[in-house]
Unconditional design. Sequence first.
Length: 483
Amino acid sequence: MNTQDTICAIATAQGGAISIIRISGRDAINITDKIFYAAGNKHTPLAERPANTITFGLIKNGNDEIIDEVLVSIFRAPHSYTGEDSVEISCHGSSYILQQVMQLLINNGCRAAGPGEYTQRAFLNGKMDLSQAEAVADLIAATSAATHRMAMNQMRGGFSRELSILRDKLLHLTSLMELELDFSDHEELEFADRSELKDIASQIERVISHLTNSFSMGNALKNGVPVAIVGETNAGKSTLLNALLNEERAIVSDIHGTTRDVIEDTINLEGITFRFIDTAGIRETTDAIETLGIERSFQKLDQANIVLWVIDATCAEEQFKQLSDQIIPRCKDKHLIIVLNKFDLLDDRAKELLTNSINNKEGDNSSFTTILGNVPKECVVMPLSAKNKDGLQGLQKQLISYTTIPDMSQNDIVVSNIRHYEALKYALDAIHRVQDGLNAQLSGDLISEDLRQCLFHLAEIVGGEITTDEVLGNIFKHFCIGK
């Protein structure tokens, strides 16, 4: 992208009564002047009007034909979103009008903006750092109060301030180590004893660890808590997904192996977003496509925080024994809920035996009791009829209980960006090496190198001289055009 170009884009979604076209760059005001005519007898050019003013007037084409009545807002560098001269044209939301105005702007010297180019210019012009720029996209995509607060805090610089404090401590620690190296031939000089260096390193390590550990919650808030629905074919997985989503999202059929690929969708339960993943039924098969789907089922199970193992209650013992060796070992450190589906198809006696065994009551030596004896203690077993939605509310409450997200204020720092998480992991590894080096009394030059690595990875988050065009392109290509 040529940052010297003057760019324009439609900044609002289509379908509204009013739309906004943004123009930014050194010729933004002059180009707008060529197509805009202020109302009134005296036509004062926009270039002569003060900043932060709104002017009513007309947009006309080359044939003096009126395209629309508009409001034009003027922002002068550096006091604009991008840090450049900028103009916003508020016009009616007709797609014809928008395209006509865009065409006039382009014909007079503008270039259509690429995805995220306005925010990228704001970053390049020092209006925000890279983590704040990325928070803009998160703010636009926010779907709950928690994700909104998380993105707003980051966009207002909360994360950046935390990193700035870390950077200052690291620079202090680095300067002490560098001074010792510079005066290494004067053994009598000591700029800091090792206990002070260890204390500073520990402070830095605690903060980076806290930020790194917050990613699991931040990722869940941003993308939804991953919940894998697994089990044999025809156990009712797709029916359960449809019941949870309250819509016909997945195909339901009595034919085994209907679901051959992963189906995902999200719902919000009491402010928490859950991302449900319906997987292919697990069974022995010679079908190559179904086999690939089953492999993906296990991949999604490994990635999930919560696993719903759906078992047909009418043949529960058989299905449990068939898959327990494949599913239970993979659920270590996960929340496992065994959903005994099709509970409505059991007779009253079977229902009673099932209920007694789940509640750990004394009952007959039934197959259900045998099954529950093999289930891990931390696992929850729930009878349910996905078709009739009986027991669905209890399942939802159980899901919510597994995902305790604390109340967040706009001052809480929560990491939700995978790029930030990776940089923090590398920084954490580097500071661990610093601590190990101090404990092992390694030479200052070796410890200094790890300190520089820690600084480098933290700097990657906010951007700066180390930020490459490739990194910037990868970040801003996911933005919407006009932002």
